[in-house]
Design a protein around this ligand. Structure first.
Ligand code: SAM
Length: 327
């Protein structure tokens, strides 16, 4: 395992720097939960459902020996999923130093929870860096090209300014091989804006989450405003409490095209679940994860409020233009 941190030529204390810092501090401060604490979470089934969605994406697109770039890898919650896909190499990047430290602990297998776990079957490198701010192509020159880039529940943090959104896509495009795959999950702007329009004020939610927009972003102004920097405050019980940004998907899709990344599919989480849960191998996986209970009356299952939160997200797959080099 290699471990380092990179801040490129990062400049000043401007607003976008402060926004990125707030997000990083929020995630850094979240401590690792014990298994008991995790099972007692009010959104435990949502967490399991999200793990299922990520596992399905990985199983659909990862191949043995692949080199993987996990953007905003967090505490390394997906390491086991990548191990099951028998990848060959893993690079994880995250802005939150605390999360990168937890990820290292998990990879090394020296946390209590992981003690009995066998070592991961791939070498790894972990980097603390702002993926949406700094150019990483030269820094990661010896690790690239990657077969897969993954950015789970994090790409919306790049949408605070156009420059950051572009840097995120420029990094992905420069680091992926031709024909390589970019998989991800992020909030579904269509659903969030729809919910805002239905709401009486600028805030809406349920027992496990709330979203609140600033006065300046009342829904009627969305059409005329820039598609970047549309900020809201997101609170999800036992998970998130920080600023986030709307990612209008049609803008994301055309910006990605500018960086040679073509859309393969985009699906809201509800559609994703309905489609892939039909496949026996993924039904089995869902049963093992326990997100939807196991059909047994005693087993608790996803609540309506958790299912409503799932609806706020989408999954996407993009492919880097060009033919893979088969030599
Ligand atoms: N991908 C992980 C997962 O699915 O479990 C973590 C998701 S968590 C909701 C969002 C992650 O995005 C946090 O770990 C946060 O530190 C990271 N993040 C936010 N902004 C980032 C940036 N500019 N560069 C790298 N990571 C960032």
């Amino acid at each position: 395992l290699r471990y380092d941190s990179y801040d490129g030529s990062r400049a000043s204390e401007d607003e976008s720097f402060n926004n990125a810092r707030r997000v990083a501090d929020h995630y850094s401060a979240r401590s690792n939960q014990t298994l008991e604490e995790r099972e007692a979470s009010p959104i435990i089934h949502l967490k399991k459902l999200n793990n299922w969605i990520k596992s399905v994406l990985i199983q659909l697109y990862a191949h043995p020996k692949d080199a993987v770039l996990d953007i905003a890898c967090g505490k390394g919650g997906d390491l086991i999923k990548w191990d099951k896909a028998r990848i060959g190499y893993y690079v994880g990047v995250d802005i939150a130093e605390g999360s990168i430290k937890d990820c290292r602990t998990r990879y090394n297998g020296d946390s209590d929870q992981q003690q009995r776990r066998k070592k991961f079957g791939f070498p790894a490198r972990l980097i603390c860096a702002d993926f949406y701010e700094v150019r990483l192509d030269k820094y990661l020159h010896d690790d690239a090209p990657f077969d897969i880039c993954s950015c789970q529940f994090a790409l919306h943090y790049s949408w605070s300014t156009e420059a950051r959104a572009r840097q995120a896509l420029a990094n992905v495009s420069a680091l992926l091989r031709p024909g390589g795959i970019f998989i991800g999950t992020m909030p579904d702007a269509n659903v969030i804006v729809k919910r805002l329009r239905e709401a009486e004020g600028l805030e809406f939610g349920n027992s496990v989450y709330w979203i609140c927009f600033d006065e300046e972003y009342s829904s009627k102004k969305f059409k005329s405003s820039s598609p970047f920097g549309i900020k809201y405050k997101f609170h999800l019980e036992d998970a998130v409490d920080c600023p986030e940004w709307i990612v209008p998907f049609h803008v994301f899709k055309s910006l990605a095209q500018e960086y040679d990344l073509e859309l393969v599919f985009v699906k809201n989480s509800h559609e994703f679940v309905n489609e892939y849960l039909r496949r026996p191998e993924f039904t089995d996986l869902m049963r093992r994860l326990g997100a939807l209970g196991d059909g047994n009356q005693d087993q608790s299952t996803l609540s309506q409020d958790e299912w409503d939160v799932a609806y706020l997200y989408l999954a996407f797959v993009l492919r880097k233009r060009g033919q893979p080099n088969l030599s």
